[in-house]
Design a protein around this ligand. Structure first.
Ligand code: KIV
Length: 271
């Protein structure tokens, strides 16, 4: 399907309309101006400035170390590139769990200093006061349930979540609560496809899946994974659309060879 050129700027209302029309929503992460420009021009609907920047940009093992200042830096670079897409920014670990005032203060910094359009928070009932307070300030909120990487030390593993009845029930309740509180969309990460389908049918807001099967309203992937920039991450749900690491490696090797054999620069490549 080609890019819908009639949509000048994707808003949360456009995202809702896509769910209502049954058109799938596309979302990818980006963290810098150059890649965000490419993704935006290609017609992506939502760019997520994910705290996965902690992994793919900074090389940390988890998303926990990234700070609010780092997220604002990445988000402002992406916002400068995004002419059409809705830009959603992750509130990083430690910037909202303390209390709802802290959550709002972090959100206000993101919105003022980056120019982003919405924020995403991980969790359900335990963060609901923060969600409410952020919404009161007029900032759209995207929820995130299932595998929530900021809680990795509680889970102990990145395995599929909500397979057991108790966790499944909690996820369903949290999804309903986030919808009722006013979230404009929900990310479901690494849960059984059947459960994700149930959530997408239960709530009226768009549900975007990652490792959550096909029966949700849209899909999200980490850009570095789907472009084959990151090499060591190979979960079942990941489809690689390119092998940029190999392309870049070949290009750099060729450059080294050309420099060594005095082929670069040639007569046309000098002043
Ligand atoms: O940080 C991130 O990239 C995310 C996606 C995996 C949804 O939260």
């Amino acid at each position: 399907m080609s890019v819908n050129k009639e949509i000048k700027r994707v808003t949360t209302h456009v995202i809702q309309e896509l769910k209502e029309k049954g058109e799938k929503i596309s979302m990818l992460t980006a963290y810098d101006f150059s890649f965000a420009s490419i993704i935006d021009a290609a017609g992506i609907e939502i760019i997520l400035v994910g705290d996965s920047a902690s992994n793919v940009m900074a090389g940390h093992e988890t998303t926990l170390p990234i700070t609010l200042d780092h997220m604002i830096y990445h988000a402002s670079s992406v916002v400068r590139a995004a002419k059409r897409a809705l830009v959603v920014v992750d509130l990083p670990f430690g910037s909202y769990q303390g209390n709802s005032r802290e959550a709002l203060a972090s959100t206000i910094r993101i919105m003022k200093e980056s120019g982003a359009h919405a924020v995403k928070l991980e969790g359900g009932e335990e963060i609901i006061e923060s969600v409410k307070r952020i919404l009161t300030a007029g900032v759209p909120v995207m929820g995130h349930l299932g595998l929530t990487p900021q809680s990795i030390y509680k889970f102990g593993t990145y395995t599929v979540r909500a397979r057991e009845d108790q966790e499944r029930e909690k996820l369903l309740q949290d999804a309903k609560l986030l919808e009722e509180t006013g979230c404009f969309a929900l990310v479901l990460e690494k849960i059984p496809a059947k459960l994700a389908k149930e959530v997408a049918e239960m709530v009226s807001i768009p549900v975007i899946g990652i490792g959550a099967g096909p029966d949700v309203d849209g899909q999200v992937l980490v850009m570095h994974d789907m472009l084959g920039i990151s090499q060591d991450f190979n979960p079942r749900f990941l489809r690689r659309y390119a092998d940029l690491a190999s392309l870049a490696n070949d290009a750099v090797k060729q450059y080294i060879t050309d420099v060594k054999r005095r082929d670069f620069p040639n007569e046309k490549e000098q002043y």
